[in-house]
Structures are given as C-alpha cells and as structure tokens.
Design a protein around this ligand. Structure first.
Ligand code: FES
Length: 91
C-alpha cells in the first residue's frame, strides 16, 4: 500500500525507516521524502511513528512476523510465506 502517492513511498518503506530509528516526520522526510510534495500523506505517515496508531504493527512486522496481506503486494514476501506454509505442511 502506498502512503505517499506523490513520491511512490510504500507502507513497508515507512515501517522499515521507523524500525531503523526514524522518530519524527522530519526523519521520514529526510530518509524517504515522504510528505515533501503536497503533504497530504503527513498525518498518515506520522501514525507509523512511535506512539502512532500503526506503530505497533511496525514493531510486529519487523520482528519477523510476516502478514499474508503484505504478500499480496510484495513478491519476495509471497515466496517466504509459501515456504513457511510448505514447511508447516511437512510437519
Ligand atoms: S502524497 Fe505524500 S507528498 Fe503528496
């Protein structure tokens, strides 16, 4: 899912930046360029920062929990999910 349409920045990119230490919108702007054009994505992007509505999801996803919904937009995750399902089926 895209967070910033103007700069084609995805939710996963924002989550990764936060997991790597971004703490403020300025950090996200500096690292990714999010909210650097029309600015309409700023509020949404801030929800991924610590204390934000989606901050918990960012932590969970970057602790190794891959969600199937992510796989729909990311072929590399789809492969990983398939491997995990295959491995689980072998048990
Ligand atoms: S949608 Fe992010 S700057 Fe326009």
């Amino acid at each position: 899912m895209y967070i910033c349409i103007c700069n084609a920045i995805t939710e996963r990119q924002v989550q990764s930046a936060v997991a790597d230490g971004a703490m403020t919108l300025t950090d996200l702007q500096g690292q990714l360029g999010v909210a650097s054009c029309c600015g309409s994505c700023a509020e949404t992007a801030m929800e991924y920062l610590p204390g934000g509505r989606y901050a918990e999801e960012t932590i969970i996803q970057h602790e190794g929990a891959v969600q199937v919904g992510d796989a729909a937009n990311d072929p590399s995750i789809a492969v990983e999910v398939s491997r995990r399902e295959w491995a689980a089926a072998q048990r």
